[in-house]
Structure formats: C-alpha cells, structure tokens
Write a protein that binds this ligand. Structure first.
Ligand code: GAL
Length: 372
C-alpha cells in the first residue's frame, strides 16, 4: 500500500512540475502556444470595432482577432455598423459570455458608460483601441497612434507645399474636420490648425467659404458625422458652388481618407483637372481607393498608420493584462475628462506618391494587385 502511495505522489508531482513549467514559459503574443493548459486558460477577449464601412477597421479587427487567437485566447469580434446602441448590445453580450478583457474601438463614449460600469463591476479590464473612451473612470489602458501628430503632419505638409513659411501666398484653403462624436477628430484638427491658423489670421490662407473655426473648440462646426464620404462630397460641392464661382481652391485640409474621397469626387464633378488646377488634398489611413488617387495625382498625401502594429501592441497589452504583468505603455498625457489613461502611442507617417511602393507595397500593407 505504502509503495503505491509513494508512486502516486511522485506521479502527481511530475504532472505538477510539467504544468508549472508550461505556465512559466514567457511566450510573446502571436506565437502559437505549445502548452494546452495555457491555451485553455487564455479566456475570452471581446473585440468591438465601430463599422465595416470604413476600410481600416476591417484590417484592425481581423489582425487583432488573428493575433489573440494565435496567442491562445478565445475571441468575440463584433462590428456595430456605426450604431452606438448596437455597440452597447455587443458589449453586453461579450460581458455575459465571460470576457476577461474588452478591446473597444468606440463609436462614441456616452452610450457606453453604463455598460463600461457593468464591466468594471465584474472585474473586466477595458482597453480603448485607437479612440479614447471619454468621461469615465472605467477605461484601464489606451492604444493608439499619436493623433495630434496626424494633424500636425497634414498641416505641415500644406505649409511646406504652399511655401507659406517662405512668405508665399495668399492661397485659398477649405478645412474639414472629422466626426463630431470622435475625440480623435478634435486632436487631428488641433494638430493641423495649430500650424495653419496663423496663416489664416495673417491672410496668407483665405477660407472663402468662411468655414474657418474661430477657436479649436469650434472644430465641430466643420465636422463630418460618421466620417461619411458622401457627406464630405456634398459639403465640398456646396462650398465650390457658393464661393468659388470664378476662382479655384488651392488646398483642402481633409483629416482622413474617407472624407478625401468625397472631396475628390466633388472636385472632379466641378471640372477640376489633375496637373492644371487640382488642389493640394490631405488624408489619413492609406485606404486603397485613396492610394490609387494619390498615384493618379488626385490626393497629395495620406498619413499612414500601420494598423498591423496597433493590433500587435493591443494584443500584447491584453496578454500582459491577463497574465498580471506590467502593461507596456509609453505615454501618460491622454486625459479623458475623468482620469489620465495609461497609453501606448505609435508613430504615424506621411506617405506621398513616390513613397507608395516602398512604404505601403514593399511593407506588405497593401498588395500591388489592389492598386492596379
Ligand atoms: C478615427 C481614426 C481614423 C479615421 C476615422 C475614421 O478615429 O483614428 O483612422 O479614419 O476614425 O475611421
């Protein structure tokens, strides 16, 4: 009897050591696990993206889902069709399904506040993805690109291309801003307007439509709800019809590619021609249709945010949260009207026509066949 007990005890110890050895291995996110118990222990991660109708979120969601699954987690990936009430339902469902962490690219924050409280009460950690969750203590981390720098890159591009620093001008400018319910849009606008507004005030830049926000807080007056391409197109058509009868616009500040697409369509409909009177036009996200427009001379630049890197960083932070490790952040300046949110900021970069191949295609971000 005693001998059998000793053998059983030794066997139990052997299994214990194997399991412990398996759990203690540090495995970077994105490499397949070899330890079945860790895969099972990963748990459910909820991922909610705002919409499929804006190209970048399809890339973000798919990549984050892939990386978390590879790291041994179960995932629930939902898209809310730009409907806040839909996003609430999806988050409630993820909470009820036992999610341990919620990764949220919000549409707007207000509708989510009760659900964020419910998640916090259940001990669920919340990672704001690309868009900061505002006016709540219930957000634990934030992963994004430097949003103000996105705007600074756009403003600096126009400043340089027009030769404003060298005293050239006056030029006509039409500024646009993003969705009024998107905190990012206020930061994009600030970055650009800090560069451009002094030229508007000195008369070197003339906003013929009169739609130059008098203060940064007034940015929503030129905002395009839900970043809709067709809304940007009709707004640009109205401005051209009403204020540019016998003159041409020289530059357009577009905060992202979905708006730039609509603005380009408006310019085309009013007879603007590439190479003769087509204005400078900014953008952001390196959407395929816009990169094609850059190659065709219908958009001057885009600000590239490699969503693969953002997804990788977010997946790493989720893994660290689950494992109780120190979460990788590099910025503590993002305040959400309730608290300072520990953040990881990635670096955006300007891409112009002669960089499309080397930066976007050679990096594998856009396949060459999509640009044909
Ligand atoms: C912003 C995002 C940008 C922009 C816009 C529409 O919040 O940071 O990449 O494209 O939404 O998706």
């Amino acid at each position: 009897m005693a001998k059998r007990k000793i053998i059983a005890a030794l066997a139990a110890m052997a299994i214990g050591f194997t399991v412990l050895a398996g759990c203690s291995t540090e495995r970077p996110v994105g490499t397949p696990t070899t330890d079945p118990t860790e895969a099972a222990g990963g748990g459910l991660i909820g991922i909610t993206m705002p919409t499929k109708s804006l190209e970048r979120w399809n890339n973000d969601g798919a990549e984050l889902d892939r990386l978390l699954k590879e790291a041994g987690y179960q995932t629930q990936l939902d898209y809310a069709d730009n409907k806040p009430e839909e996003q609430v339902k999806q988050l409630e469902n993820q909470i009820n399904s036992g999610a341990k962490v919620l990764v949220i690219a919000s549409i707007e924050s207000k509708a989510l506040l009760p659900t964020l409280q419910k998640a916090a009460d259940a001990g669920i950690k919340i990672l704001a993805y690309d868009r900061l969750l505002m006016d709540t203590p219930n957000v634990d981390y934030y992963a994004t690109f430097d949003n103000e720098k996105v705007g600074t890159l756009q403003g600096t591009f126009l400043e340089e291309q027009l030769g404003l620093k060298e005293g050239k001008g006056p030029f006509s400018l039409e500024p646009f801003a993003g969705s009024p319910d998107d905190n990012n849009a206020s930061l994009f606008f600030k970055g650009a307007w800090d560069i451009l507004n002094p030229y508007v005030e000195s008369g070197k830049l003339v906003v013929k439509s009169g739609k130059a926000p008098k203060t940064l807080a007034d940015w929503t007056s030129i905002g395009i709800l839900a970043w809709k391409t067709e809304t940007a197109q009709s707004e640009m058509e109205n401005r051209l019809n009403s204020f540019y009868g016998d003159s041409k616009v020289d530059a357009v500040l577009s905060p992202n590619d979905s708006l730039a697409l609509g603005i380009a369509q408006a310019l085309e409909s009013k007879g603007y021609k590439v190479g003769s009177d087509w204005p400078l036009l900014t953008g952001q996200d390196a959407d395929v249709a816009n990169v094609k427009n850059i190659l065709a001379g219908k958009q001057s630049m885009t600000v590239w945010k490699d969503t693969r890197e953002l997804a990788k960083q977010a997946a790493k932070m989720v893994d660290q949260i689950i494992k109780g490790q120190t979460v990788d952040t590099n910025n503590n300046t993002y305040k959400n009207n309730n608290k300072t949110v520990p953040t990881y900021l990635l670096d955006p970069q300007t891409v112009v026509q002669d960089q499309v191949q080397t930066v976007l295609v050679d990096s594998g971000f856009i396949s060459a066949d999509k640009l044909k």
